[in-house]
Structure formats: structure tokens, C-alpha cells
Design a binder for this molecule. Structure first.
Ligand code: AQP
Length: 341
């Protein structure tokens, strides 16, 4: 099947490894919602198998799975227009993941910067799953022949690995079966940084709650976190060039831009020359204005977990309808005996 015949299909996912952050919203979900109105078929997944690459308390995993699903729906992912499900309910992910573990090369995995960042000095103590994570992510994408993956900057390398796996598979078996998936990375907010250290990304599982804005934070927490966010003594510059080597300041300007839907330069047109005493409260007000309606709806949805479970199960049925024939054909190409139907 040549590339041009692949349906334009988007796949992306979020790990239920803790509370949803503003990074997940600005870097991922906001764009996913728009893609429903574009020319793509959209598939969005709560990637629970990825969450357990680090220890998850079972009750927390369940709660976080509901929280991620609720955040997606409350932000505008419509289960009637997109396929929305949790990964572990579609076994094709794990099965194709194993096949890809046998395609991916150790040298490729050793270059994955996210593993190095997450494992830190303790690489020996990490799970094998954390190391193999990008190969399972390739399976998530390619089980649907997804052509486009909207992700934050931080995940770009994993989408490149997905292309390497697809290319090696196609080459080794002499087929044009898997597409060359494109990462879709656009606009400000695609890498939201930690509020206490502007060189690290904002993460769900970062050490301190003060370093991130959670989607469920209330107005007081949001304003306190921005107030205490690390900055520098300089006022805001008139142009973006003035934010070079000022990672924390740059991050706050980019968060404002992403929330307001304007460019960072336009933010500086409004606030250039002003101090943090004026900018931080304005940023906090804007964040509350944008997040409060979403967090209100998230809370309502999370109070009805049975309804969320029903939506995820129905989505998993639809997802399996696409993934199972692709997995089956992969087994066939590789020479597996598959007489059982
Ligand atoms: N800080 C961020 N800025 C921009 N985009 C981000 N994303 C996550 N954090 C940021 C995007 O959200 C999607 C889902 O990511 P994920 O939660 O599955 O994985 P992650 O990137 O490993 O997220 P965390 O918060 O850092 O999780 P933990 O701390 O548990 O490891 C992706 O599209 C990602 O780009």
C-alpha cells in the first residue's frame, strides 16, 4: 500500500500517571480538539500501559485514568466524533509492541533523551518497560496506520523512532505496510516548562506541586503558583529576543500567548516594559478564565465514573475494529501461523 493511500488519521495519547497539567492541555489536548474539525479521523487514547512503566498505586491509576478521560471530554474531545478509549482495553497495542521490540535496535533506544531524563542517575533501577516505552508508543500509532501525531516538542524524538521502526519493518519484509507518520508540532505552548526551573518541562509527576499548574487547581492555587513562579529581576522586554537566556520569563510569556491564542510577540506588545508585579496577576487571571470552565466540567464527569467507563469501553470497541485487522496482517507478513479465529 503506497503512502498516498493511507487515510489521514491522527493518533495521540496521555499517560494516566498523575493529575493532568497545563502542559498536557496546551501542548496536546487544545490542538487535538481543533483536529476534530480538520480533515483527519481522530483517535485519542488514555495510555494506561505506559503509566505503569513507573509504579502506580492501583487506586491512583483508576482515578488518573478517569481524570485524563474527563479532561479530554471537558476540553472538547467529542466521543461521537473521535475514538476515545484506554489502551489496555485493546490488546493489539501490547501485541504489536512486542513485535516492534524485535524490530527496534538497542542503539536507537539508547539515544532516547526522555529515558535519560526520567531515569536520571538511577537507570539500573528503572523498569524494562520505561526503556521500551517508545517501542510501545510506535505500536500505539502504527496499530492504526496513523499518519499524523500531534505531540509536544518533548515527544518528537519518539515519533521519529516510530518512523524508523516503520521503515525497518517495511524494508525487512519487503512491504509498504506501515506509513511514515508525521509529528504535528505547532504554536506556542508546545513545550510548557516547570514554574520553578525553566529548563525542565512541566510534568505530572514532578517533585513539587508548586512547579506545575494542574487542570483541577482552583483560582487560589493558580494565582499562588504564578506568584511564586521563579523569574528574574528584569522587566519584560519589548521583543522576544530580549528573553534569550531567561528561560523562566520566556516560559511565562509563552504560557500567556498559548492561553490567549496570540503570538508571544503580541504578549510583549501588551506587557513590554512592565514588571512581574503586573504580569503575573494578569497571567493568573487569564489561566483561571480559561481553565475554570474545564475543571468544573471535569469534576462533574469524574463524579460519574460509570459513564466514563461506558464511553471508554465503547471507544475501545471502535478502536479494536481498526487495530485488529492491521495487527493480523502484521502477523501474516511476518509468517506467524494464525489458524484460530
Ligand atoms: N510540559 C509540556 N509541554 C507541552 N506538552 C506536554 N505534554 C506533556 N507535558 C507537556 C504533552 O502531553 C501529551 C501527553 O503526555 P504524557 O502525559 O503521556 O507524557 P509525558 O510527556 O511524559 O507527561 P508528563 O506530565 O511528563 O508525565 P510523567 O511526569 O508522568 O512522566 C504529549 O503529547 C506530550 O507532548
Amino acid at each position: 500500500m503506497p503512502d498516498s493511500q493511507f487515510t489521514k488519521r491522527v493518533f495521540s495519547g496521555i499517560k494516566p500517571s498523575g493529575g493532568m497539567t497545563m502542559g498536557n492541555y496546551l501542548g496536546a489536548i487544545k490542538r487535538w480538539v481543533q483536529m476534530q474539525d480538520e480533515e483527519y479521523e481522530t483517535i485519542y487514547c488514555v495510555v494506561d500501559l505506559h503509566a505503569i512503566t513507573v509504579w502506580q498505586d492501583p487506586a491512583d491509576l483508576k482515578r488518573s485514568t478517569h481524570e485524563v478521560a474527563a479532561a479530554m471530554i471537558a476540553s472538547g474531545i467529542d466521543p461521537a466524533r473521535s475514538i476515545l478509549f484506554n489502551q489496555s482495553q485493546v490488546p493489539a497495542h501490547a501485541e504489536l509492541g512486542w513485535l516492534f521490540n524485535c524490530v527496534a535496535r538497542l542503539g536507537w533506544m539508547n539515544r532516547m533523551t526522555q529515558f535519560k531524563e526520567k531515569a536520571g542517575k538511577n537507570a539500573e533501577k528503572q523498569s524494562l518497560g520505561l526503556y521500551a516505552y517508545p517501542s510501545l508508543m510506535a505500536a500505539d500509532i502504527l496499530a492504526y496506520h496513523a499518519t499524523h501525531v500531534p505531540v509536544g516538542e518533548d515527544q518528537k524524538q519518539h515519533v521519529e523512532l516510530t518512523r524508523d521502526i516503520a521503515a525497518k519493518f517495511n524494508h525487512d519484509y519487503g512491504v509498504e505496510f506501515f506509513p511514515m507518520t508525521e509529528p504535528v508540532i505547532e504554536g506556542p505552548g508546545m513545550r510548557v516548562m516547570n514554574l520553578r526551573d525553566g529548563t525542565k518541562k512541566m510534568s505530572k509527576s514532578g517533585e513539587s506541586d508548586m512547579e506545575r499548574i494542574n487542570m483541577l487547581d482552583d483560582a487560589d492555587a493558580i494565582s499562588k503558583k504564578f506568584k511564586k513562579a521563579r523569574t528574574d529581576p528584569e522587566p519584560l522586554p519589548e521583543v522576544m529576543d530580549g528573553l534569550k537566556n531567561r528561560p523562566e520569563a520566556k516560559n511565562l510569556v509563552e504560557i500567556y500567548a498559548a492561553l490567549a491564542g496570540i503570538t508571544p510577540d503580541s504578549v510583549l506588545n501588551l506587557y513590554g516594559g512592565e514588571g512581574w508585579g503586573k504580569f503575573k496577576p494578569a497571567l493568573a487571571d487569564l489561566a483561571v478564565e480559561k481553565l475554570a470552565p474545564i475543571s468544573g466540567e471535569m469534576t462533574r464527569l469524574m463524579d460519574a465514573p460509570d459513564e466514563l467507563d461506558r464511553i471508554l469501553a465503547a471507544g475501545a470497541d471502535k478502536a479494536a475494529e481498526i487495530a485488529e485487522p492491521i495487527l493480523e496482517r502484521t502477523f501474516e507478513i511476518m509468517g506467524f501461523v494464525r489458524g484460530r479465529r
